[in-house]
Design a protein around this ligand. Structure first.
Ligand code: PLP
Length: 674
């Protein structure tokens, strides 16, 4: 990695070192790096024009000088300029996400290498739906998928067992849809096989062996795990390839698949209940949407309780799995969240891995999907450049509190999941349109491929040493993913960004580490603020941060009513809301969240009431009058991903300034009517 910015990270480095490391990587709050940016952009535009000119230079020009001197020409140019000026004026009302004063949603300034690559590639406008429409960037996308898979801890070397794959999506939402679509196709395939070839003694004996059940009962078939299904699939295809009527037999299987028959017909034929998915109560709202979209119904999304730290409770998942097992309901997937959208908390992936083993012993199978849309890139903190995990103590030595042993184990167990969602357009600091899906076995794609695998004759995958020409079947993205036409610019952006900052602790991890340290600093500063303000209010983080997202609750002294506290917090939030008409007037921009009582256990609700000093009885499951606001807890929510937030280096102590502003905003709100 000669282009990589290498720096020694062995010991705790001073803040200014990190600052120096980050300084060339972003445009800067006042565009300090604009010279370098403009230079690079101009070079990119010139390169592109060169490219055009060198493609059949003998062709006559499409636009002549005479054309350019037509009066209508100047009018059109002027109209374009005018429209762009108008757009610019409007865009200035955007959320100023580049600024360390923006601590709202999951957005920040962008990494320059990725941004430049994105802009450069847009000029060429490749469509990553297929290798034909994106001869360059489809390969880059597959390579990015490999990088993300390695970041998660998956094997990517086919010589060492099942090799992972990954690709970009428009965002985490679509990656989550894909996870369920894919796992459903895989899970139900053995049922289709047994139905289609029930009269084929050889195939049936292969199935009987795979299920250890001579009767090939549906309940057994629907409870094969991913490895067993892939093995069965491979074996059956080997056998079918030897038959004279291969195509006919394959068509018979296809005719029995869920994807062909639809839910009612398929499940009815097999006497199988609609499968369920288990996720934590903190899950992103893309999960119920996924269930609706797949026709499974969001009622089949079973929510597992979370503990007081807003992490999924493995015991609660265990109970739901027991219930499904007793009722003979197939479990399509269990979803863990690595970095919840509201609190940044980390579900114990390792405990769900253990649970999967326990269930396997009784014959119950499910896919384990980790929704790491937010927290995925934090995995770089735990990885050496060679891919080996960094020992817990060594990771810890770089922080005050992070990572707890549960958080450490969750991250280092990521590679045990079956699939993962991760968003390069969140903590990857890349422009939007870059989510990603990672699956632990490339053969998973064959279950959703729209064209039969055997029409692709090349090798299945590119390896680092052997990247040209195309990456074979995997580069035909549109064949096995949900989306069609898609930007190649997103893939180029991720590729270039990862080239400059490889996904390990020494490189990309330095940015992540910086944001965690900023959060730890805020945690401490807020305690100091809370002591200073003790006479007038209680300020706490009701959920201790696992990562770099925090929620803050404020209760005026003496107030015991949650509804009243919520009214106060809403009034306080007005000081943190973006005023798009006058963005300069905003000192800090935050976001907010509401923790619903129904998503908390009684113990967790009491704990929050104790911390914020309101009466636990004023926190009710369903408010008789919605205006009473007593069924939820309104909190300020802050994402701390901006590279210039921390007190490190010369960039100004924005965390400290935030706390001062919070103090003033509280004082003003207290003085106001609320
Ligand atoms: C952001 C997020 C999503 C959705 O991702 P998009 O890129 O916004 O579509 C899903 N899950 C979690 C945990 C997230 O934080």
């Amino acid at each position: 990695m000669d282009v990589a910015l290498r720096m020694d990270t062995d010991n705790k480095k001073s803040g200014s070192d990190t600052h120096a490391y980050l300084a060339p990587l972003f445009l800067g709050t006042a565009g300090e790096n604009s010279d370098a940016f403009e230079r690079a952009l101009l070079a990119v535009v010139r390169e592109h024009i060169d490219w055009r000119r060198n493609f059949h230079p003998e062709d006559p020009p499409s636009i002549s000088v005479a054309d350019q001197h037509q009066p209508t020409f100047a009018v059109a140019i002027e109209r374009t300029e005018h429209a762009l000026r108008d757009l610019s004026a409007r865009l200035k009302r955007s959320a100023p996400m580049f600024s360390p004063r923006y601590v709202g949603h999951m957005a920040s300034d962008l990494l320059l290498p990725g941004l430049l690559a994105y802009l450069a590639t847009t000029l060429y406008n490749p469509n990553n739906v297929s290798a034909e429409t994106a001869p360059v960037t489809a390969d880059l996308e597959i390579e990015v998928g490999q990088q993300l898979a390695r970041m998660c801890g998956f094997n990517t070397d086919p010589a060492c067992g099942p090799a992972a794959y990954g690709h970009l999506t428009s965002g985490g939402t679509v990656a989550n849809y894909e996870a369920l679509w894919l796992h459903r196709a895989i899970r139900f395939w053995p049922l289709a096989l047994a139905q289609a070839l029930a009269d084929d003694a050889q195939i049936m004996s292969i199935i009987a062996k795979a299920t250890a059940d001579a009767a090939c009962e549906s309940w057994r078939l629907v409870n094969l795990d991913l490895d067993a299904i892939v093995k069965l699939y491979t074996r059956v295809n080997e056998v079918l390839a030897q038959r004279a009527d291969t195509d006919l037999l394959r068509a018979r299987i296809a005719a029995q698949r869920f994807e062909r028959l639809g839910a009612v017909d398929f499940l009815g034929r097999h006497g199988i209940a609609t499968p369920i998915v288990i996720c934590p109560r903190t899950a992103h709202y893309s999960w119920p949407k996924a269930m609706q979209l797949l026709g499974l119904g969001d009622g089949q999304l079973w929510y597992a309780d979370v503990d007081a730290h807003m992490r999924i409770s493995p015991a609660a998942v265990g109970k739901l799995l027991d219930r499904a097992w007793r009722a003979r309901v197939p479990v399509l997937a269990v979803v863990a969240v690595l970095g919840t959208t509201e609190f940044g908390t980390i579900d114990p992936v390792h405990e769900l891995v253990a649970l999967r083993k326990v269930c396997a012993a009784r014959g119950q199978a499910f896919a384990l999907h980790v929704d790491a849309a937010w927290g995925g890139y934090l995995a770089t903190l735990f990885r050496n450049a060679d891919g080996t995990p960094i020992p817990h103590e060594q990771v810890r030595s770089r922080f005050r509190y992070f990572p707890s042993s549960r958080v450490y184990r969750a991250f280092t167990s990521l590679g045990r999941a079956d699939s993962v969602t991760v968003d390069p357009h969140k903590l990857g600091y890349l422009p939007y349109g870059a989510g990603a899906f990672v699956g632990r076995d490339r053969r998973m794609t064959e279950f959703v491929g729209q064209r039969p695998v055997y029409i692709y004759d090349e090798a299945n995958i590119c390896d680092e040493g052997n990247r040209a020409p195309a990456c074979g079947r995997l580069a035909q993205l549109g064949d096995y993913i949900l989306e069609g036409s898609k930007s190649g610019a997103a893939a180029a952006a991720a590729y270039v960004s990862h080239q400059v900052l490889p996904l390990d602790a020494e490189h990309f991890g330095r940015i992540c580490g910086h944001t965690i340290r900023a959060t730890e600093y805020l945690f401490e500063q807020l305690q100091a603020t809370s002591v200073r303000m003790a006479g007038s209010c209680t300020i706490v983080m009701p959920v201790e941060p696992d990562t770099n997202l925090v929620c803050i609750g404020v209760n005026p002294s003496g107030n015991r009513s949650l509804a009243r506290m919520n009214r106060f917090a809403r009034a306080l939030f007005r000081h943190f809301a973006l005023d798009a008409a006058r963005p300069q007037a905003c000192e800090f921009i935050g976001s907010h969240t509401s923790v619903l009582r129904k998503n908390l256990s009684a113990a967790a609700a009491r704990r929050m009431a104790r911390k914020l000093r309101f009466d636990p009885d004023s926190f009710v499951l369903t408010a008789s009058d919605p205006a009473l606001e007593a069924d939820h807890l309104f909190l300020l929510r802050h994402t701390l991903m901006n590279p210039w937030l921390s007190n490190d280096g010369e960039s100004g102590n924005f965390v400290g300034r935030y706390c001062e502003f919070l103090e003033r905003a509280i004082a003003r709100t207290l003085a106001d009517e609320w």
